[in-house]
Ligand binder design. Structure first.
Ligand SMILES: [Zn+2]
Length: 227
């Protein structure tokens, strides 16, 4: 066992519901009896949780309404005498309840995301950080992605296999992102590539559950791994 791992306390059953299924192994909180609220999270993590929640509802609404909207469009065109193949119509009619069911299913599956943010907010209290020099990389556009690349590790540190040397993080709020980028205009006028990002030393706290989930602290900013 490396110093970065703490033994996982065998989940003791919750005194209220006598179940250990929903007891968080890190903090011992029964998330069934005491559901995690947004306000239970560290303030900087609340921003991530808020944006994840917004994203979740947006995906739900789009997927849920896709079928009915398509049926509406088809009916609209048929009523104006434009020929729509009956096969297409029935395909859409059959796909609609499937899509609606899938959207509800995925909405409920994603309810767990608050528990994940809660754990990540607490993890620095329980594990020793790995010091790593990281470089930030943001891909903007319609489907943005943000990554960190590990450049160097502090002597004696081991990077766990559960997380690759380049890993994706949740899209950070602009206030957090500022810490890992150069000042664009300053960089531009100095004649450097403004899109380049600095290599910065960070503290990385891994969830002891070996999932590869981690919280990254760079100066005062916080980042969380995508999974
Ligand atoms: Zn309970």
């Amino acid at each position: 066992m490396t110093p970065n791992q703490v033994p996982l306390a065998a989940s003791t059953p919750c005194p209220r519901c006598n179940q250990s299924k929903s007891v968080d192994s890190l903090t011992g909180r029964c998330t069934a009896c005491y559901p995690i609220q947004l306000s239970d999270l560290e303030p900087s993590i609340q921003d991530y949780a808020r944006s994840a929640r917004w994203q979740k509802y947006k995906e739900f609404l789009v997927m849920f309404s896709l079928g009915p909207v398509s049926i509406g469009i088809i009916l609209f065109y048929s009523s104006r005498g434009k020929g729509i193949s009956p096969l297409l119509f029935w395909l859409v009619v059959i796909a609609t309840p499937v899509l609606m069911g899938a959207s509800v299913y995925s909405l409920f599956r994603k309810r767990q995301s608050l528990v994940r943010y809660y754990r990540l907010g607490q993890v620095s209290r329980f594990v020793t950080a790995i010091d790593a020099q990281l470089q930030y990389e943001a891909q903007r556009g319609r489907y943005p992605h943000c990554y960190f690349r590990v450049c160097e590790l502090a002597p004696g540190s081991n990077w766990p296999d559960s997380l690759g040397r380049k890993f994706e993080v949740d899209i950070p709020p602009r206030s957090q992102e500022r810490a890992v980028k150069y000042n664009f205009w300053k960089r531009f006028f100095e004649g450097f590539d403004p899109a380049e990002t600095p290599k910065l030393w960070a503290k990385v706290y891994f969830d002891p559950n070996q999932s590869g989930s981690a919280l990254i602290r760079v100066a005062d900013s916080i980042f969380v791994t995508k999974r």
